[in-house]
Design a protein. Structure first.
Ligand SMILES: Nc1nc2c(c(=O)[nH]1)N[C@H]1C(S)=C(S)[C@@H](COP(=O)(O)OP(=O)(O)OC[C@H]3O[C@@H](n4cnc5c(=O)[nH]c(N)nc54)[C@H](O)[C@@H]3O)O[C@H]1N2
Ligand SMILES: Nc1nc2c(c(=O)[nH]1)N[C@H]1C(S)=C(S)[C@@H](COP(=O)(O)OP(=O)(O)OC[C@H]3O[C@@H](n4cnc5c(=O)[nH]c(N)nc54)[C@H](O)[C@@H]3O)O[C@H]1N2
Ligand code: SF4
Ligand SMILES: [Mo]
Length: 817
């Protein structure tokens, strides 16, 4: 018997026996009160469906509909490959989130000014009547393009996800769609213009491929804090490191948990300057003749005179740019050559360290380069990522065992029915074809009609390509449907700007928020609909994007929900469909249970070994370690580039991109924004070299994803706030200059706002840089955020190419509060 089952059995039988033995041994004649008989404790499998990507199983024990405890997965012998998919500290505290005081219990409507947080309880009928009527009114008055659907990362179920809402909106005339996302908008553009496709090249080699490497270089990559589950990257990385002992170098402004003794070298770098480091490494490799010339000749475009596109001179080549010398064949460095001496003061890395790193990379048999998404979330993010991709390219270490082109680890995953894909298939697809960048929706509320193709990257229906055209949006956004996201306010950049725009209900006339808790975004709703939490519903979930080498499927079920007056999203959507006159189309005549059974059957058809649902309800998790083997990125291209060309226009790796040269000429860019044909270090707004802000705000602030939360999810669990202190990290040098010590309350501020937090003085962050975990809940008091929300300080200015979020580029000053 498994340990837990044994404990459960003793609780059920052993304890009762002990109690009665106690009773009879009493010599006192007075009757001793007996404990009320306990009903049997039930076990249901559920999952943590947040956006960290692992979607770990959890075992929910309950009695009479009340959760007694939540446990992790402990059902295997834990042999690596068949190991338990353990939930991290967050998933294990799920009970605290379910019973949180902030929990939304019933539908509510706003009764004060928008954003004032004044609400009144209403019935479901009133709530759904209002939502249906408002969506219809706005569609009639302004067109369906005026409706924007925001959401999803809070609840990554396969069935009851944002796809339910998307389908509902699609069937009622559609909504303004978006492209890109907060995680990797800039990154996937770097992939597209270098390797030819977006998400396909976001993912690189599996972590298991590190077994064949002798040097793992992580640029901003932090698996130990970002992939913490049993199926996550953190554990896979540690296992590979233990077994194969490859050298590990980590480049990060912070000494992260991925280091902590697992690294051989930590190279602290100033945020947003990795491209300067890479260019200096390129300089060493080129000037010492250590690039892989044969690889560059055969597989790449734009490196030197051998590989330039027709009509583009050598002076435009990468080699000429790095050497600052327009003469082919001449290795003499020009005055602006990208030498280590040039990069040192920018990056904060000594020139000798840069040269050593270049030599280490050149000497490695199989360098495995991992480029994190984080370096894309900067003001010149696309160029940061494109430049980092140059390391394996210059070395020719692409598509060979033990290497990686840079992409984040391929997440092993199983196919699953997904409502979001379903909502875009066939007749249910969105009739509105226009799309904006995900990061532009507040601007589209403020001034949608001013957003154009060439200035703002609006995508028009007849122009699948986001690259030319002179069109624009026809309307401002007038309604927002926000589901499972705190991105109306908390997670979006420049909180004060979002608050100002959304507070005006003449601009966005209607906002509905569907969530579990009253948070900063819910406060801006006109109608709030309370959703069930993960443990209160039946669904299916697979492992998602920031995940490791074990593919998982979890069958969720419940004995505790729905709690209060909450409802699963699907059922809310049925209620709305009824009121919008599209119930038959929406339900297709099926009950919620029938949909779930069909979703399971469809999933089973895609995964032949998957047991029947009855079995999975008891077993909870179905897992496979590397179901398709370890993935080696670019293997086929490397083996035969003619038979397996890349999806770029040239079929090769594009160091020089003619498409980007075209965009650079035709797009209307804001002053200081750079789109370049070559990958380049660009000193951009709020970066280290930004003249406009570096004097008033001398510190760079790095807003990492903390192990204490997933974004804003789990912030309201007091256990986690104790376990992982929300303090701004400062190097002792910077703290001394300001007379600060650990535990002091400080104000962190810039032109956009001020937050108040504790300070932690630590050499784990480099001088000149402060660091603060993103995602803390906003708590505005007299214009100062006492919650410590970093987005009070971030800019809503988009990045040049993807029009994405440069939320990691922040400059601040810090003073005692
Ligand atoms: N400054 C800064 N800002 C950032 C980032 C950064 O690095 N720096 N990172 C960005 C990134 S990568 C991302 S992905 C975004 C994420 O930002 P969000 O998408 O806003 O993610 P969360 O903050 O986790 O919000 C999830 C919401 O879903 C709710 N929720 C949880 N479970 C359920 C459920 O079962 N049903 C419903 N209806 N709701 C539920 C939670 O209560 C929460 O309000 O943040 C971005 N913001
Ligand atoms: N615990 C936890 N795990 C998560 C999440 C979470 O909120 N909490 N969010 C999930 C989601 S949605 C996403 S998108 C991913 C995000 O994954 P990432 O984007 O990779 O995460 P970040 O924490 O932003 O950055 C990772 C590291 O990069 C460093 N860094 C920041 N700027 C730079 C730079 O310019 N150069 C270098 N070299 N390093 C830099 C940071 O200090 C940090 O340690 O994580 C996922 N996993
Ligand atoms: S936060 Fe991520 S790693 Fe932690 S339990 Fe949830 S899904 Fe698993
Ligand atoms: Mo993300």
């Amino acid at each position: 018997m498994e340990r837990r089952d044994f404990l459960k059995a003793s609780a059920a039988f052993g304890c009762a026996a002990t109690l009665s033995a106690c009773d009879s041994s009493s010599s006192d004649a007075k009757p001793t009160p007996t404990a009320p008989a306990l009903t049997e404790e039930k076990l249901n499998w559920s999952a943590c469906c947040v956006d960290c990507g692992s979607h770990c199983p959890v075992r929910v024990f309950s009695r009479d509909g009340v959760i007694t405890r939540i446990e992790s997965n402990f059902t295997t012998d834990d042999e690596y490959g068949n190991h338990n998919v353990r939930a991290c500290l967050r998933g294990r505290s799920l009970r605290k989130r379910v019973y949180a005081p902030e929990r939304l219990k019933y539908p509510m409507k706003r009764v004060g000014p928008r954003g004032s947080g004044q609400f009144e309880r209403i019935s479901w009928d009133e709530a759904l009547d209002t939502v249906a009527a408002q969506l219809k009114r706005i569609a009639n008055q302004y067109g369906n393009e005026a409706i924007y659907a925001l959401g999803g990362p809070g609840a990554m179920y396969s069935f009851s996800n944002r796809g339910c809402l998307n389908r509902l909106l699609n069937l009622s005339g559609g909504y303004l769609g978006d492209y890109g996302n907060f995680s990797f908008a800039q990154y996937i553009k770097a992939c597209k213009y270098t390797y030819g496709a977006e998400v396909d090249y976001l993912f690189g080699s599996s972590i298991a491929e590190m077994a064949n490497s002798d040097l793992v270089l992580m640029i901003g990559h932090n698996p130990s804090e970002l992939g913490m589950s049993g199926s996550g990257q953190g554990y896979d990385f540690v296992r590979q490191k233990q077994q194969h002992n490859f050298k590990t170098i980590i480049i990060d402004p912070r000494y992260t948990d991925s280091s902590l003794g697992k690294e051989d070298q930590w190279i602290p770098i100033r945020p947003g300057t990795d491209a300067a480091l890479v260019e200096a490494i390129a300089y060493v490799l080129i000037s010492e003749n250590r690039v892989n010339q044969a690889f560059l000749n055969q597989y790449c475009v734009g490196y030197d005179e051998n590989t330039m596109p027709a009509d583009v001179p050598y002076s435009e080549s990468y080699k000429a740019y790095i050497l600052d010398n327009p003469v082919a064949g001449d290795l003499t460095a020009g005055a602006n050559a990208k030498t280590p001496a040039w990069a040192a003061p920018i990056t904060g890395i000594p020139a000798t360290t840069i040269i050593e790193l270049a030599h280490e990379l050149a000497d490695a048999q199989a360098p495995f380069v991992q480029v994190a998404m984080s370096i894309g979330r900067h003001s010149a993010g696309e160029n940061n990522v494109r430049t980092a991709f140059m390391l394996p390219i210059l070395l020719g270490k692409v598509g060979l065992p033990g290497t990686n082109h840079g992409g984040i680890p391929m997440a092993a995953s199983m196919n699953v029915f997904n409502m979001e894909s379903h909502a875009e298939a066939g007749d249910d697809a969105n009739p509105v074809k226009k799309r904006i960048s995900f990061f532009k929706f507040i601007e589209a509320v403020e001034n949608g009609k001013d957003l154009t193709v060439l200035k703002d990257g609006v995508i028009l229906p007849d122009e699948e390509l986001d690259e030319n055209g002179d069109g624009k949006l026809d309307t401002d956004i007038k309604a927002i449907v926000a589901y499972a996201t705190n991105r109306l306010i908390n997670q979006n950049a420049d909180v004060n700007y979002s608050r100002k725009v959304l507070a005006d209900d003449n601009k966005c006339e209607f906002i509905v928020v569907i969530d579990n808790v009253m948070n900063a975004s819910a406060e801006f709703a006109d109608i709030i609909l309370p959703d069930v939490t993960y443990v209160e519903t039946e669904d299916l979930v697979n492992q998602g994007h920031v995940a490791g080498d074990t593919a998982t499927l979890v069958q969720m079920s419940t004995s505790v929900g729905p709690m209060f007056e909450s409802k699963p999203l699907y059922e809310m959507c049925v209620g709305l469909a009824k009121r919008m006159g599209i119930e038959a189309e929406f339900t297709q005549g099926k009950s919620h249970k029938q949909w779930l059974d069909e979703a399971y059957a469809a999933t089973q058809a895609m995964n032949p070994g998957l047991p029947d649902k009855e079995v999975m309800l008891k077993q909870g998790i179905y897992r496979k370690y590397l179901p398709n083997g370890a993935y080696l990125s670019n293997k086929a291209f490397r083996e035969d580039p003619l038979a397996n060309p890349l999806p770029t226009p040239s079929g090769k790796i594009e160091i020089y991109s003619e498409r980007l040269a075209y965009l650079a000429k035709h797009w209307q860019l804001a002053e200081g924004d750079v789109i370049s044909a070559l990958p380049k270090y660009v000193p951009a707004w709020d970066g280290f070299e930004d003249e406009a802000t570096r004097y008033d705000y001398p510190l760079q602030l790095s807003g990492y994803h903390t192990k204490g939360r997933v974004h804003s999810s789990y912030h309201n669990v007091p256990w986690l706030r104790e376990a992982v202190q929300d303090a701004v990290w400062m190097n002792p040098i910077d703290a001394d200059q300001r007379g600060l010590s650990t535990g002091d309350k400080v104000r962190v501020f810039n032109s956009r706002g001020t937050i108040e937090v504790d300070v932690k003085v630590t050499p784990r962050v480099m001088p000149g840089v402060a660091a603060l975990g993103q995602g803390a809940w906003l708590k505005m008091e007299n214009g100062i955020d006492k919650g410590g929300n970093i987005n009070v300080l971030t800019s809503h200015r988009p990045t040049p190419l993807s029009k994405g979020n440069g939320q990691h580029s922040i400059r601040v000053e810090i003073q005692r509060a």
